[in-house]
Design a protein around this ligand. Structure first.
Ligand code: ADP
Length: 168
């Protein structure tokens, strides 16, 4: 049985992430979607909110489980018995950091294979930060994020519009 881990902050999960997870679920027996509990960058959504959105967005995808994790992704991958780490590649700009991270991860977890999947044409421009920018400025993110995420962003920004600037 081949187990793959797909790690990210998912702040929030986008259609690009969902696409990578669905494609990975076709290739591997089990896919563990790993949500960073404490990413180094500032996040807009709490861990519970990010986990809920990831779970709601992937509830219809077979062979996928969603977990939170802390610490090194290589350690988490070993703990869940993963053989493969799956990453997405959007632009050339992703390549350098993915290459660097994959080298380090394979050094820390010998035997762990790192696979990069090219972003699909429709989602190659998408990132969680672009989504947050668009939503914060009143733009429509439908089609770029799963419906549960679009709903939360709408609620959040409608709330902010009515009560003043956010502390997030
Ligand atoms: P993190 O903040 O944890 O780095 P990211 O969302 O930036 O989370 O990236 C996590 C992984 O998801 C990376 O491998 C990244 O390339 C991939 N990814 C992010 N957005 C997309 C997308 N639109 N299409 C394909 N892969 C993506």
């Amino acid at each position: 049985m081949t187990v793959a881990v797909v790690p990210a902050s998912f702040d929030p999960i986008t259609c690009g992430h969902v696409d990578i997870v669905k494609r990975a679920a076709k290739l591997f027996d089990r896919v563990v979607v790993a949500v960073y509990a404490r990413p180094r960058k500032n996040v807009m959504f709490s861990l519970d909110e990010r986990l809920d959105m990831v779970r709601e967005s992937l509830k219809d995808v077979n062979r996928v489980q969603v977990e939170q994790f802390d610490g090194l992704v290589a350690t988490f991958a070993r703990d869940v018995g993963a053989d493969v780490l799956v990453r997405g590649l959007r632009a050339v700009s992703d390549f350098e950091s993915e290459f660097q991270q994959s080298t380090m991860n394979r050094q820390m977890a010998p035997g762990l294979e790192v696979i990069c999947m090219f972003a699909s044409l429709d989602f190659g421009f998408l990132s969680s930060s672009i989504i947050k920018d668009i939503a914060e400025n009143g733009g429509d993110v439908a089609g770029m994020v799963p419906a549960p995420v679009a709903r939360r962003l709408r609620e959040l920004h409608q709330g902010i519009a009515m009560s003043g600037p956010s502390k997030r």
